[in-house]
Design a protein around this ligand. Structure first.
Ligand code: SF4
Length: 405
């Protein structure tokens, strides 16, 4: 669905309400676009297909559309039978005026809150290169680090935006750590971030402490997302806890400055953009490997930037991080971004730190490039049966004994 030129990193990191970038942020953006485009409309019918129809109820897709299109009146229909084309998150908007059809448009929510076609954010991609290999070569030729490459393309104004992103990430961790209770949706999932954060072992080793704190931060963001709180897509809502968790832990434990964190965010943004452009960041399109696997890769690259690693090491760290998520299915129980999603953020955050350690020792002997694994991830994802691509009809979602009240 994407052209081959990468868009701004700003399109990747979106600050907004959870729980799903493709099932809430994308439809919200599409509804806003329709409202703006057809100011005379007084009614609507929105048909949701594919993954939007299968899990839209759990994600609150219909509620978001109704609220965004208000004061227009109309209906949102979950059509679970009509097959989708181009992308599994497909919707048809029909706008009416005094009962007469005004316009009909088909829109796709393609992951990370992005939609296609998108009149607001359309236009050409701004990065002339879109593979890690080409970008690394360009950086080597001009003696640039990855964040400097992003700055060269996007201008210095990228960093005030990333400052906002970092502020929103930290705020989501703090909010998530400060509350207890049960998440909405009927699954009875308890918030556990605070428990993990406070449950210090008596003779805790530094490694256990690291795992505990990193996990608590990832849980905090995942739970905020599930509760509809404000988070940053990194690259999606469901995977929004991985990157902030490792960055906050590293800033606290190693004293990295905010400026260094922003550089790491820029590097991670380029990595996320490469995946988004050449493969997918959508669980509905390629399973959870595209969401959590991509987030892990971004976090590993961010760490490589923080620790001043070379391009070979960053390539290895980002590659390892996504390689070992290949084939990971998307099977959220009850269509809610809770189980397995929240815990999965914590596991991926710890995995990103492990990927960095491996890259430190083994980068000169690796045989699989990041670009190759991105291509593999996409092909693996499109080969996955539909039940494992955010339809809540396979895997854990199928077998968990959950009945809605
Ligand atoms: S299982 Fe993964 S891809 Fe699917 S909704 Fe959860 S976090 Fe997103």
């Amino acid at each position: 669905m994407n052209d081959k030129k990468m868009l701004s990193i700003r399109e990747l990191y979106r600050i907004g309400r959870g729980p799903s970038s493709s099932h809430t942020m994308g439809p919200e953006r599409a509804s806003l676009q329709m409202k703006k485009k057809y100011p005379d409309a007084d009614g609507y019918r929105v048909m949701l297909y594919g993954s939007l129809a299968m899990t839209g109820e759990g994600h609150g897709t219909d509620r978001v559309i109704r609220e965004t299109l208000s004061p227009l009146t109309g209906e949102v229909v979950f059509d679970r039978k009509t097959p989708t084309e181009r992308h599994p998150n497909m919707m048809d908007f029909t706008l009416f005026k005094k009962g007469k059809e005004l316009a009909r448009e088909r829109v796709w929510s393609i992951g990370g809150g992005a939609i296609f076609p998108d009149c607001e954010g359309c236009g050409e991609g701004i990065y002339p290169l879109s593979t890690f290999h080409d970008i690394a070569r360009e950086c080597a030729a001009n003696n640039l680090r990855l964040w400097q490459y992003a700055e060269a393309i996007e201008g210095k104004e990228l960093f005030p935006y990333l400052e906002k992103v970092w502020g929103a990430m930290k705020a989501s961790i703090n909010r998530g750590l400060s509350v207890r209770g049960v998440l909405p949706g009927g699954l009875g999932t308890e918030r556990r971030a605070q428990i993990i954060y406070q449950k210090k072992h008596i003779d805790e080793s530094p490694q256990t402490r690291e795992n505990r704190l990193v996990s608590s931060y990832a849980f905090a963001v995942g739970e905020e997302n599930a509760a509809g709180g404000v988070i940053v897509t990194a690259p999606t809502c469901g995977s929004s806890g991985v990157l902030p968790a490792v960055l906050r832990y590293m800033q606290e434990s190693r004293g990295f400055s905010d400026a260094e964190i922003l550089h790491a965010l820029a590097a991670a943004g380029v990595i996320g953009n490469i995946i988004k452009t050449n493969a997918s960041i959508s669980g509905a399109e390629c399973g959870c490997q595209a969401e959590i696997g991509s987030a892990c890769s971004m976090a590993a690259a961010a760490l490589a930037e923080l620790f001043g690693m070379g391009f070979d090491q960053m390539d290895y760290a980002a590659e390892v991080a996504i390689e070992h998520h290949l084939g990971l299915t998307c099977d959220p129980i009850g269509g809610l971004v809770q189980i397995p999603c929240i815990e999965r953020n914590a596991v991926a955050a710890m995995r990103a730190i492990n990927a960095l350690s491996l890259a430190n020792f083994l980068a000169d002997s690796h045989k699989i490039s990041f670009d190759l694994v991105v291509k593999t991830m996409y092909n693996t994802g499109t080969d996955l049966p539909l039940g494992y691509r955010e339809t809540s009809s396979g895997g854990l979602a199928k077998y968990y004994p959950f009945e809605k009240n």
